[in-house]
Design a protein around this ligand. Structure first.
Ligand code: KIV
Length: 283
């Protein structure tokens, strides 16, 4: 089944995960079993979500990186659940195929299963297909409660940005003795019902071990090539800024192109060459 044409070119997704149908949990599990790599990207609004959905991304994450990328907070900590609800509604409305995940922001699930459930319900009601939350064994009961309530949960281990203060900054996790703790955390999340695990900034062999150990898919970022899938923050992927984390690759220079378009527009207005006759109404 082909996806309807998008303004960005033909988008026949019949050869991708889900065979052109909306991506669901069973397709993600089948991809792990078949060794098919999964693709995931962040989006925070309908404009970009529509582009990434048409491009064939399997999962779109409404990340709490909205705090860094869109709201200029410099961290994810200040992000409010209300902000995630607005962003998730927008992304979900523009997405026809990808599995839409919403991050539960800092302070909206750590108190326990009841708080986690109330927060997750908010984003599920506006169109998310599942949620992501950070942390290992201390989150097991929350993950269990959400799963039992019919809410797919992706875990997030390794570098967990909401804990940047206790982790001592942006540092690689899971080295040395911490590797065993990571594996135990991952198994506990899987046992509690998590359908997938995001693994951020851990050594490549540790991510490979997690991928081999777990039955659920691992999605890596800064974790090497031996995860079941990869995720990037879209602004890093598209080259929106001159800075990028070491583990990200810029697949385009969209920031530069957008800047140039705005410069050209401004120059055309100042020179009186825009609008031209074809842009106005004679009567
Ligand atoms: O919020 C986010 O963007 C994330 C990244 C690790 C992908 O969780």
């Amino acid at each position: 089944m082909a996806t309807p044409e998008s303004p960005y070119g033909p988008s026949d997704h019949s050869s991708l995960v889900g065979g052109g149908k909306p991506v669901r949990l069973q397709h993600l599990a089948a991809a792990k079993a078949a060794g098919t790599r999964l693709t995931m990207i962040t989006a925070y609004d309908a404009l970009t979500a529509r582009i990434f959905d048409a491009a064939g991304m399997d999962m779109i994450l409404v990340g709490d990186s909205i705090g860094n990328v869109m709201l200029d907070h410099g961290s994810t900590l200040p992000v409010e659940l209300d902000e995630m609800v607005v962003a998730t509604r927008s992304v979900a409305r523009a997405t026809t195929r990808a599995f839409v995940l919403a991050d539960l922001p800092f302070g909206t699930y750590e108190a326990g299963p009841g708080q986690a459930l109330a927060s997750a319900v908010r984003v599920m009601k506006v169109g998310a297909n599942g949620v992501k939350l950070e942390g290992g064994r201390p989150r097991v009961e929350a993950v269990r409660a959400l799963s039992q309530a019919g809410i797919p949960v992706m875990g997030h281990l390794g570098f967990t940005p909401q804990s940047v203060n206790t982790l001592g900054g942006f540092r690689v996790q899971g080295r040395g003795e911490a590797e065993e703790i990571l594996v135990e955390d991952a198994l506990a999340l899987q046992e509690a019902g998590a359908f997938a695990l995001l693994v951020e900034m851990v050594p490549e062999p540790v991510a490979a071990r997690l991928t081999e150990t777990l039955d659920i898919p691992t999605i890596g970022i800064g974790a090497g090539a031996r995860c079941d899938g990869q995720v990037l923050v879209w602004s890093d992927m598209a080259g929106m800024t001159s800075w990028r984390p070491r583990f990200a690759k810029q697949f385009g220079q969209v920031g530069e192109a957008l800047h140039q378009a705005a410069v050209d527009y401004g120059q055309a207005v100042r020179a009186g060459t825009f609008p031209a006759k074809e842009h106005w109404f004679d009567s």
